[in-house]
Write a protein that binds this ligand. Structure first.
Ligand code: RBF
Length: 167
């Protein structure tokens, strides 16, 4: 594996929860799929590496990042889904649309998370160009898909701690 393909994402893995019975949804935007597929691979592998069961990871595709909010809402509405990871790439500068899309998705995912009381992870890259995107999807800046999965795991851990006294 060349260094450009290495995952250099670093996280503190102390005290992670048991996620063997947790169910995850990973939503993947089809725009810039050469990058979003790498984000997906990173997120999936990280969940498996830290104890998730393959049969407990469901994948859904949306056309573009803008649709991540609605897709996340549908997954988060499901009782059996514990956390949602939303992955997309919106390249800055190609169009002013990027600002509208980024803000809408960030706000939308926040709303879904609050409304459903479940972790809904913002795994949307907003790079200036494709090169920067690839650097963050398994290149020299790690893989933000891995980090998104780790964030989901940590938020499930926190949720479990906070609600443990309520059984
Ligand atoms: N979706 C992305 O995930 N990444 C993009 O970089 C992106 N750029 C777009 C640029 C324009 C001008 C338009 C109209 C859409 C773009 N989309 C992009 C798609 C968007 O997220 C959504 O799928 C569509 O706007 C349909 O709601």
């Amino acid at each position: 594996m060349s260094s450009a393909d290495k995952n250099l994402s670093v996280f503190n893995t102390a005290g992670l929860p048991d996620i063997s019975s947790k169910k995850f949804a990973i939503l993947v935007a089809e725009w810039n799929s050469e990058v979003t597929e790498k984000l997906f691979a990173g997120a999936y592998d990280t969940l498996i590496q830290y104890g998730a069961m393959p049969q407990n990871i469901e994948r859904g595709n949306v056309p573009g990042s803008f649709e991540l909010t609605t897709g996340s809402q549908w997954y988060a509405e499901r009782k059996d889904i514990d956390a949602v990871i939303a992955l997309g790439v919106v390249i800055q500068g190609e169009t002013k649309h990027n600002d509208y899309i980024n803000h809408a998705v960030a706000q939308g995912l926040t709303n879904v998370s609050i409304k459903t009381s479940k972790p809904v992870i913002f795994g949307v890259l907003t790079p200036n160009n494709m090169e920067q995107a690839l650097e963050r999807a398994g290149g020299m800046h790690g893989n933000k898909g891995d980090e998104a999965a780790m964030t989901a795991i940590k938020m499930l851990g926190l949720r479990g701690e906070i609600f443990k006294s309520q059984g």
